[in-house]
Write a protein that binds this ligand. Structure first.
Ligand code: F6P
Length: 317
């Protein structure tokens, strides 16, 4: 086969490991594999280069994506996608493996509808793709967030402060929930829990009166202005309070072994599926088993809140 691989949307640690797995699994099968630079934008512009095994050497442990990435809102227009299809026909490429999040999946679905065989691999730090238990990049971002929160705990404790830490996740609370549990946060605020300011302030006040010296609050992005929230905590809880937005540091760094393993498994699986004639699907893991879901269904699926972890937080925070 002759197929292409691209990364699109926000980058995630482990994207390089995925590219490597896809390229090497393809070449091992006797395929010709093409790297497409800068996501769908590069596809439209014809930034397409055939990759050898060696082109993906020394990238397994690197953050970011050697292919580059982009967000291309114009890809929703059929005329723009027609340019992409034209490029694929010109290079005699019959299939595409698209690594990214839901925006990437939408692009892959539209191309599939236009006759291109596509497979989506979940690569995003947000863990917000419901058709897989874990996305490539989530484990590394979680590690980064935990490392930062542990450090903030040190200074928070020395100064007897409350520390509010905003983590990424777009509209998914997993990074906040998992990092909050792993770092013993007193309070975790996500889309799933909602922000109950009165409850937060009351709990912090009780903690303070009980003599607890410091407090950690982990909150998902897009919930509220955390600097303003820190001022309110200072006014009502008795704690001095500082807010920290972790930001893009969560998107970088060497992928964890978990992300590398997931990348290798999903990369090879995608190539196998192409050879079996299965396309228009998103791959993933459920209960650690490889599986695939039609992309349309994957996009329609809602992330279910993790009841077990939410209950656990209520008991041990
Ligand atoms: O989807 C990954 C992500 O890092 C989100 O967590 C965040 O909301 C968003 O991307 C930021 O996007 P951009 O890189 O376009 O600022």
């Amino acid at each position: 086969m002759r197929f292409g691989v691209l990364t699109s949307g926000g980058d995630a640690p482990g994207m390089n490991a995925t590219i490597r797995a896809v390229v090497r699994a393809g070449i091992a099968n006797g395929d010709q594999v093409f790297g497409i630079y800068d996501g769908y934008r590069g596809l439209v512009e014809g930034k397409i280069v055939e990759f050898s095994r060696k082109d993906v050497s020394e990238i397994l442990n690197k953050g970011g994506t050697i292919l580059g990435t982009a967000r291309l809102p114009e890809f929703k227009y059929e005329q723009v996608r027609a340019l992409a299809v034209k490029q694929l026909i010109k290079h005699d490429i019959e299939a595409l493996i698209c690594i990214g999040g839901d925006g990437t999946y939408t692009g892959a679905l539209r191309l599939h509808e236009m006759g291109i065989k596509t497979i989506g691999i979940p690569g995003t730090i947000d863990n917000d793709i419901a058709s897989t238990d874990f996305t490539i990049g989530f484990s590394t971002a979680l590690n980064t967030a935990c490392d930062a929160i542990d450090k903030l705990r040190d200074t928070s404790s020395s100064h007897q402060r409350c520390s509010i830490i905003e983590v990424m996740g777009r509209h998914c609370g997993d990074l906040a929930l998992y990092s909050g549990i792993c770092c013993g946060a007193e309070y975790i605020i996500t889309n799933e829990t909602g922000l109950d300011k009165d409850d937060l302030l009351a709990k912090l006040k009780v903690n303070r009166l009980a003599g607890r010296k410091h407090a950690i609050v982990v909150i998902s992005e897009n919930m509220t202005d955390v600097y303003q929230l820190a001022k309110e905590v200072e006014t009502y809880s008795g704690y001095e309070c500082r807010a920290t937005v972790l930001g893009y540091v969560q998107r970088g760094g060497a992928p964890t072994p978990e992300d590398r393993l997931l990348a290798a498994r999903l990369g090879k699986y995608s190539v196998d599926l192409l050879h079996e004639g299965v396309t228009g699907v998103a791959v993933g893991v459920k209960k650690n088993e490889l599986h695939y879901t039609p992309i349309e269904e994957a996009l329609a699926m809602k992330n279910e809140p993790n009841e077990e972890l939410h209950k656990l937080v209520l008991k041990i925070s």
